[in-house]
Design a protein around this ligand. Structure first.
Ligand code: AMP
Length: 271
């Protein structure tokens, strides 16, 4: 395992490597990240994991400062997983150059998380665009947990004709159904249980809709989430993944997208 803090040294090392499988992360590694890394290891070539808590994608300063970090633990884990390269850039290393490609922001960025987190996806795309230029990976591994992020990065890659293929990775959950997330470190036991109840409730709603036993009633669902102990529902929306619109008939496949607060911790999921 080789660790790099400077893009020049990293680029020198990987210059002649054809197939780089890249897993970008913000650290605070958990089972979700591990599944991406394990998947990247099944691809030919070398794998590279980055850890960078990107300040530009946080719309609240407090959220950035309280984001859980544990570099020592992360590095020990990455060593156990036998990752080839680790990139731990400084802020300057990432932002001190002008990238070749301008970021492309699809209109889907205005929906879901884009509504309440102003500038969030611009911040994500800004940094991913820079990583892609520095590393030029053959593959980038992204979790479906952050569906909107994955969708927008894909649109950017296609629009700018970037030579990197996205490998979407399935959502990893805790035993109680809660989606694995670095932010779970900021939940207490009660809140963690509430998150589990939210998951069970929404899964049940989805089943009832599929069996035609429930008509989508967002106001009622929000009320019930509050009853379960949610402080505030940022959004809850139903989308057909092909049309990105609310399903019109019962036969359409759909997913429930949700973002909510337990105290000051914002959690997202798609079910
Ligand atoms: P993050 O460190 O939260 O920025 O996440 C880094 C990558 O891991 C992103 O592509 C996420 O979508 C993915 N990821 C985070 N949590 C999970 C999870 N529970 N299951 C699968 N992928 C995840």
């Amino acid at each position: 395992m080789k660790i790099f803090k400077s893009k020049h040294k990293l680029q020198k090392e990987i210059l002649n490597i054809k197939n780089i499988s890249f897993v970008p992360t913000m650290g605070g590694l958990h089972k979700g990240h591990i599944s991406l890394i394990k998947k990247s290891k099944t691809f030919k070539g070398k794998n590279l994991v980055s850890i960078f808590v990107n300040p530009k994608q946080f719309n609240r300063k407090k959220d950035f400062t309280t984001y859980p970090r544990n570099l020592k633990k992360d590095l020990a884990l990455l060593k156990r997983l036998k990752v080839d390269f680790i990139y731990l850039p400084t802020h300057k290393d990432i932002f001190s150059f002008r990238p070749r490609n301008k970021i492309f922001i699809d209109k889907f960025s205005k929906k879901l998380c884009g509504k309440s987190r102003k500038g969030h996806f611009e911040g994500v795309l800004n940094v991913v665009n820079r990583f892609l230029e520095i590393i030029n990976p053959k593959y980038i591994f992204l979790g479906v947990k952050d569906f909107q992020q994955l969708y927008l990065i894909n649109k950017h890659i296609l629009k700018r004709k970037i030579n990197t293929k996205i490998v979407p990775c399935k959502i990893i959950r805790e035993k109680n159904g809660v989606v694995c997330s670095t932010r779970n470190n900021n939940l207490n036991k009660n809140q963690f249980n509430t998150a589990s109840n939210v998951y069970s409730y929404l899964r049940n709603i989805k089943k009832l809709i599929k069996r035609e036993l429930y008509n989508i009633d967002i106001i009622n669902i929000k009320k019930n989430l509050i009853k379960l102990g949610v402080k505030n529902v940022d959004y809850i929306e139903f989308f057909n993944l092909n049309t990105l619109k609310k399903p019109k008939n019962k036969k359409e496949k759909f997913k429930i997208f949700v973002a909510y607060y337990l105290n000051n911790v914002r959690l997202i999921d798609n079910i």
